[in-house]
Write a protein that binds this ligand. Structure first.
Ligand SMILES: Nc1nc2c(c(=O)[nH]1)N[C@H]1C(S)=C(S)[C@@H](COP(=O)(O)OP(=O)(O)OC[C@H]3O[C@@H](n4cnc5c(=O)[nH]c(N)nc54)[C@H](O)[C@@H]3O)O[C@H]1N2
Ligand SMILES: Nc1nc2c(c(=O)[nH]1)N[C@H]1C(S)=C(S)[C@@H](COP(=O)(O)OP(=O)(O)OC[C@H]3O[C@@H](n4cnc5c(=O)[nH]c(N)nc54)[C@H](O)[C@@H]3O)O[C@H]1N2
Ligand SMILES: [Mo]
Length: 698
């Protein structure tokens, strides 16, 4: 019996990037464990360690398929690769000839997005650019508002912290960050446990009592979603009142504080932004706000780690601005153990290693990703830059993950042609005309560039691919050949040669060591974004008009919004009195794993609702309820729980919908309820700003 242990890197986009060891016996995976090279801090989670359940799922796609029934019906015939690829080539040529290149849109997001070579987004962009161009989906679902806003304030998006810097923190604030389930950088959870055992206080601000609250927090501060900027204003008010702002630091490193101070103290509008003022909007008791502000102002350094959640709301841009303001006012920016207050996940550079290049898109048409269905349905007449006729989807399940599922379905129904590369017959795949079965990261060699952490990993092919399944790279190579640009796509390199050249193009000097240990650690694991600026602001000014932190930004006001941080929130009303949040599940990566019973059975599916809200609606735990929003209706089971505050309900994202003949989803899929109207000016996602009503189904 042959038994091997093979190093792989988990390429699931769940906030991680973990070195794993796969035990293979007679060609079959028998175990996945942590690779000791990751040490104490780089350890896998349940999704990576149980990845064999995905690999060997009976519903993995095994053959190319062409649609035979109506779109969405799930009726396909299995075909040969040449039949499938020939049809794609024929359709792509026809559409290009008739409408031009902007008629193609690229969709795709989370699937294998951290590979150096097998990177769904880079490969698709490369292929479509060499084909002559396409309509690009700009920014991303995750962090559009944050990434848009921070450069106005800080001049850069190199703004994160390495998880190891928590060794130096004396207070840690997880502001809408559910580290235990979402990771947001692999070492964070272990580092938080260490901080806790050192006696460092950890405060979590979240509408839910999350696993992070339960296992790590000293204090849980509840808040209504989408109101973080309000709470932050009241914290700033208290810090000013209690003389806990660092005026010297503010003067030296920032621009415009006095303007914001006037606003916060109510000098312009007679409304001081006091804790009692804030309570009415964000629901947090004034004493809690006051005590929290004092602890925060008195403890240094403090790492304020925002989740991405606070900016996936209407006005999420303002929450990011204010969180930078708070860290500036308390002189925590750029110090070891502090943070900038801006997004920390994926906002520091990774060690240099080559990655497959994306040529410039010859067709410079772009639309914000959050609006892809609007762009398809609206076209040029609706004010969008192109009339889209074809969808090329790789590494995304956008019908489920995009907001407003019914709209997404209409968009897929409108186009003339759609293709996807997939592992499974997802909801999105069901609406495609051609589906190409593709490999998992366990079936190919790659390097992994994680989103949070100063290291790169080697990922070896652990098992042979299913017999008729191909790598995305291979698929695009074959299509390029048929379309006449194979040489440009491959640069005459096979996958092995690519991997050699990407490693050549890296800062890794000792290749042998990397290839045997499977890990390369960047030189410094204690980076704190903007520390150079803080050390010497004259020598290293920020790339902002003032060279300093722009608490007031005249540039920002050119976007049509206030030059000083302001407040924009979605207020509940009589028809839709409840705020719906749709966070991540611990057992899924977005919609991945939903189809695998083992993962689904780990967690109760349904709508989290507070006992008070359930009682006033006559709903008992486990009963069927209807959740309505302007966009749609979901039927689900009520999970009556104190783990969510009154006035807020929660459906975990990533549920494949089951839409009945009345247009109602009976699986509990949150994007049936969300809207594609983005937060502005970033055009970012606002999935945590949705208003709903809940009623009992009688
Ligand atoms: N297990 C798992 N982990 C993941 C992912 C996954 O699919 N599964 N996806 C990864 C990806 S791509 C991303 S972008 C990140 C996303 O990371 P986040 O956006 O931070 O994740 P969420 O789970 O949406 O929200 C985090 C927490 O914020 C709370 N919350 C929601 N709205 C608000 C609000 O307005 N204010 C405050 N204070 N709290 C709020 C939620 O209750 C939740 O506990 O996660 C990554 N990690
Ligand atoms: N309501 C609500 N909606 C949300 C969010 C939310 O918080 N609430 N979060 C948003 C966020 S932050 C994100 S990032 C998006 C994610 O949105 P998506 O990117 O659509 O998310 P996934 O469900 O992970 O889809 C990835 C798909 O890629 C496939 N895949 C995996 N590996 C490979 C591969 O190697 N090759 C190919 N060809 N395919 C592969 C998987 O099978 C899966 O179907 O969702 C967004 N949607
Ligand atoms: Mo994301």
């Amino acid at each position: 019996m042959e038994k091997k242990s093979i190093p792989v890197a988990c390429n699931l986009d769940c906030g991680g990037g973990c070195p794993l060891l796969v035990t293979v016996e007679n060609g079959k995976i028998t175990k996945i464990s942590n690779n000791p090279v990751g040490g104490k801090y780089l350890t896998g989670c349940i999704k990576g360690l149980q990845m064999h359940r995905v690999q060997y799922a009976p519903d993995r796609l095994k053959k190319p398929m062409i649609r035979t029934g109506k779109r969405g019906a799930g009726e396909f015939k299995e075909v040969t690769w040449s039949e499938a690829l020939d049809l794609i080539v024929k359709k792509m040529k026809q559409i290009k000839e008739k409408y031009g290149n902007s008629a193609f849109i690229r969709l795709g997001g989370s699937g294998a997005c951290n590979g150096a070579l097998h990177n769904t987004s880079s490969l698709t962009k490369r292929f479509l650019s060499l084909f002559g161009g396409y309509t690009e989906t700009d920014s991303n679902y995750s962090s559009a508002a944050g990434l848009f806003t921070s450069p106005f304030i800080l001049g850069t998006n190199e703004i994160g912290i390495d998880p190891f810097t928590l060794d130096n923190s004396n207070l840690i604030i997880l502001w809408g960050a559910n580290i235990v389930d979402n990771r947001l950088g692999v070492p964070f959870e272990a580092k938080l446990h260490e901080a806790k055992s050192r006696g460092i206080k950890i405060i979590v601000i979240d509408p839910r009592r999350t696993s992070t609250v339960k296992t790590l927090a000293d204090q849980w501060i509840p808040i209504y979603p989408g109101t973080d900027a309000v709470l932050m204003m009241a914290v700033l008010y208290t810090l000013i009142k209690e003389n806990l702002v660092d005026r010297k630091f503010i003067d030296k490193y920032s621009y415009g504080f006095q303007g914001l101070e006037k606003y916060v103290m109510g000098e312009n509008d007679n409304t001081p932004k006091t804790p009692s003022w804030a309570e009415k909007i964000c629901g947090t008791p004034p004493d809690t706000i006051k005590n929290f502000s004092i602890i925060y102002g008195e403890t240094h350094p403090t790492a304020l780690i925002p989740g991405l959640s606070i900016q996936r709301t209407i006005g999420g841009e303002e929450a990011i601005r204010m969180s930078i303001v708070l860290q500036t006012a308390t002189s925590n920016v750029g110090s070891l153990g502090g943070s900038t207050g801006a997004l920390t996940w994926g906002t520091l550079s990774s060690p240099k290693i080559g990655s497959i290049k994306v040529p410039t898109n010859p067709n410079s048409v772009r639309i914000p990703v959050y609006r892809w269905p609007d762009a398809i349905l609206g076209g040029k007449k609706g004010g969008y830059p192109s009339d889209i006729r074809a969808i090329y989807n790789v590494g995304g399940n956008f019908i489920v993950q995009g907001s407003d599922i019914k709209k997404n379905i209409r968009a897929f129904q409108k186009v003339e042609f759609s293709v996807c590369h997939e592992h499974f017959l997802t909801t999105t795949a069901k609406y495609c005309d051609v589906i190409l079965p593709t490999t998992t990261f366990l079936e190919r060699d790659d390097y992994l560039i994680p989103d949070g952490g100063n290291y790169v990993l080697l990922s070896r092919k652990a098992v042979n691919p299913l017999p008729d399944v191909k790598n995305d790279y291979e698929i695009f190579t074959e299509l390029s050949k048929k379309l006449g640009f194979e040489k440009e796509f491959t640069e005459d390199k096979n996958e092995e040669e690519w991997l050699e050249s990407l490693l050549e193009d890296s800062e890794i000097e000792n290749h042998e060591e990397f290839l045997s240990t499977g890990i390369f650690w960047g030189k410094n694991q204690y980076r704190s974004g903007l520390s150079d600026f803080i050390t010497d602001p004259n020598k290293n000014p920020l790339r902002t008009p003032s060279g300093k932190i722009q608490i007031i930004s005249e540039e920002y006001s050119k976007t049509g919004f206030s030059s000083i941080p302001s407040i924009r929130i979605l207020k509940p009303n009589d028809i839709y009195p409840l705020r719906l949040i749709t966070p991540k599940s611990r057992y899924r990566v977005h919609s991945q794993n939903y189809n695998i019973p083992w993962f689904r059975d780990r967690e109760k599916q349904g709508l989290w609702i507070n006992p008070h809200d359930a009682y006033t609606r006559g709903v008992a735990n486990g009963e069927k309820i209807s959740v309505n929003s302007e966009q749609g209706i979901v039927h689900a089971e009520a999970i009556v729980t104190e783990d969510i505050i009154q006035g807020v309900v929660c459906l975990l994202e990533g549920v494949w919908p089951e839409i009945n003949s009345d247009g109602i989803d009976t699986a509990g899929s949150p994007n049936m309820l969300t809207s594609t109207i983005p937060t502005l000016p970033s055009q970012g996602s606002r999935t945590h700003s949705t208003l709903v009503q809940v009623s009992k189904i009688r």
